[in-house]
Design a protein around this ligand. Sequence first.
Ligand code: KG4
Ligand code: ZN
Length: 361
Amino acid sequence: MTPSRTNPLSILGIETSCDDTAAAVVRGTEILASVVSSQDEVHSPYGGVVPELASRHHMRNVLPIIDQALHTAGARLDHLDGIAVTCGPGLVGSLLVGVSVAKALAVAKDLPLIGVNHLEGHLLAVRLEQEVPFPFLCLLVSGGHTSLYLARDWGDYLPLGGTRDDAAGEAFDKAAKMLGLGYPGGRVIDRLAQRGDPAAVRFPRARLKPALSRVAGPALSKFGPEHGRGITGTGKYGFSFSGLKTALRQFLQVQGRTTFRDEDIAASYQEAIVDMLIEPTLRAARELGLERLVVSGGVSANSRLRRRMTIEGEHFGLQVFVPSLKLCTDNAAMIAFAGAWHLARGQRASLELNASAVLPL
Ligand code: KG4
Ligand code: ZN
């Protein structure tokens, strides 16, 4: 079942899972307003998110941001069909701010409340802009996650593998911290790398053994609801970024910035991450016989990843879909959109809805 096209639902989305406070009003696939208040300046001096500071800033910002979204959309709470809020995974103190405010508004205005998994929001974000038929492979790369999913249908996502250690976004952020470039690091490294040589430093690429490769193959080569049934997949298409991070640390200690320009180090490091994301993704697409690939999450904003994944994916016979930049990083439009789908199926949360730091998709 897809969200109704004839009478699209109008949903307020609220997202506070990490360090961005976001609210949006979405009607069908139309984004009437999407406001994101970044806390980058708050966390930048620490080189990473400080959870206590994040929740305090969410508390201060969340109501003005919701007001701004409603105002921009020209919408009134009473005229909406529901309130969708991210209930996990994320920082529990941050999540609780969004969940509490969503509950309060839902009670006050007698509106349905919908709890949304942040990862489902990222996975579906591209559908706000483009029609991507199921099934598709999704590479979800953010600050907290690096995972491959087989999206078989709305609400039916099979995990195919994930990172064994750091997420790709974390690898960017930690590198930026080592180079003294502030937080969040992905965007800064991306920008710096545009003036650098990706072949200047040869950083090691982790290539994990395809532990379950015999399980895939013929049984997985057909689509349908049963597609991929029988594998949990967690080990098959793995990623690992901790070795790369250590390599950078050692590189900086031994040769460092006296021998190489920051631009070249950034471009080379970024190239290693992109290589390590592309290889298992294209292998999964081939082994599962998939024709469409969606790349989503904050790291999908990376210009090198977007360019190379599109070119190499298409060379591979894949149709590659990447959301526009504002839908890659955390936003509440994707939460409202995913929430609309759940509400259209009659799924709503009770006031018992709780925030969960670890919420599997
Ligand atoms: O999805 P997201 O906004 O929040 C999480 O759910 O984690 O992703 C944030 C991550 C951060 O690690 C940030 O450094 C990374 O996405 N990021 C980028 C770029 N823009 C954001 N990484 C590489 N290149 C970028 N242009
Ligand atoms: Zn995210």
